[in-house]
Ligand binder design. Structure first.
Ligand code: SF4
Length: 91
């Protein structure tokens, strides 16, 4: 349980970072040259769950395609982590 308010959102919740933990990423990430496995925290995700590479050309292109989806992200970060992990297992 995080301190994040469980509010419905129409856009990414700042400090969520679920997309940077739950899914696997096959592209090279600075500090993770082979990408990252599912369920592993990206080394570029800072302690506030914000991307250190935002706006940096070294940020993998796939990261820019992550976007808020009400069904996937739910109303809370923990829901997003669980649902993205389940989706990862199913694909
Ligand atoms: S590079 Fe940034 S946006 Fe991409 S997974 Fe890592 S922290 Fe998230």
């Amino acid at each position: 349980m995080s301190g994040e308010p469980a509010l419905p959102a129409a856009q990414c919740r700042p400090g969520c970072g679920a997309c940077c933990i739950a899914p696997s990423i096959s592209s090279a990430i600075p500090g993770m040259p082979d990408g990252k496995p599912a369920g592993v925290r990206c080394v570029q995700l800072d302690p506030a769950n914000l991307c250190r590479l935002f706006g940096d050309p070294r940020r993998p292109a796939v990261c820019a395609r992550f976007s808020y989806d009400a069904e996937l992200c739910g109303t809370h970060r923990d829901a997003a982590l669980q649902r993205i992990a389940a989706l990862e297992l199913a694909t």
